[in-house]
Design a protein around this ligand. Structure first.
Ligand SMILES: [Zn+2]
Length: 247
């Protein structure tokens, strides 16, 4: 959701308070501010309070509204994978755990907002599938699928959906060759299973810049792009971003 805040007069340190955390917001015109929040794919349905908070001198200014989270049904996807792709020895489990911890550390950094609408789909032929699928692999329930899969020939160019900075570019057990871009304000985009990537960590990126190309590295049964988005509030359906109005 795009959240717009209007203020009469100057406001300092304006933030959105959503799901127990404070998120920076961007001034788009004098007295008008914009932020992006989301509902995680595992959040419960029901009302959730959203606050805009700022200061004028020592006075705390607060505006409140209520977001009503409605239910959404996700597909259940039963997959049969060779044992080597679904059962792991202790060394591999340690690697998976370390990679997940490192990634969540990077995803928890909040920098000033740099994203802008409209977001650009990561590939020219954007045909998303599997968002939120509850996965059952060889009979065992696993983590829900936090992104979309886009089946495309290996080598298809992948591009950045918005301006930002490369927060991760490297090799992961599940993701294979992986790139994560920090768009600021708690917004990140994630690109997995790349054949190769053409960016380095810390690099400044503009919307539309080439990130790499579609591949089948890591745990993938064939060439496709796994694409995910993280916004304040959690892992959201990335396709929603492309429907946001342009400024
Ligand atoms: Zn995927």
């Amino acid at each position: 959701m795009l959240v717009e805040v209007a203020a009469s007069g100057a406001v300092d340190n304006l933030v959105l308070r959503w799901k127990g955390a404070a998120w920076p917001i961007r001034e788009i015109a004098p007295g008008r501010y914009e932020g992006l929040i989301g509902v995680d794919l595992e959040d419960p349905e029901g009302p959730a309070p959203l606050f805009a908070e700022g200061f004028r001198g020592n006075a705390r200014l607060l505006a409140e509204t209520v977001v009503v989270v409605s239910p959404r049904k996700f597909a259940v996807q039963e997959l049969t994978l060779p044992k080597g792709m679904a059962e792991f020895d202790n060394a591999t489990l340690a690697r998976i755990g370390a990679e997940a911890a490192e990634l969540s550390r990077r995803l928890s950094r909040v920098t000033p907002p740099r994203w802008r609408t409209p977001f650009l789909p990561p590939v020219e032929e954007y045909r998303p599938a599997n968002f939120g699928a509850r996965r059952v692999i060889n009979g065992d329930p696993r983590m829900p699928h936090a992104g979309v899969d886009i089946r495309l020939p290996a080598g298809t160019p992948v591009r950045a959906i918005a301006d930002g900075r490369v927060a991760f570019a490297g090799e992961q057990f599940f993701g294979g060759r992986s790139v994560v871009i920090d768009h600021g304000g708690g917004v990140f985009s994630v690109y997995y299973h790349l054949k190769e990537f053409s960016v380095v960590e810390g690099q400044e990126i503009s919307r539309g810049d080439r990130v790499g190309s579609v591949g089948a590295t890591g745990r993938a049964t064939g060439p496709h792009l796994h694409f995910g988005v993280r916004v304040p509030g959690g892992r959201v359906d990335p396709t929603r971003l492309f429907a946001l109005p342009a400024r």
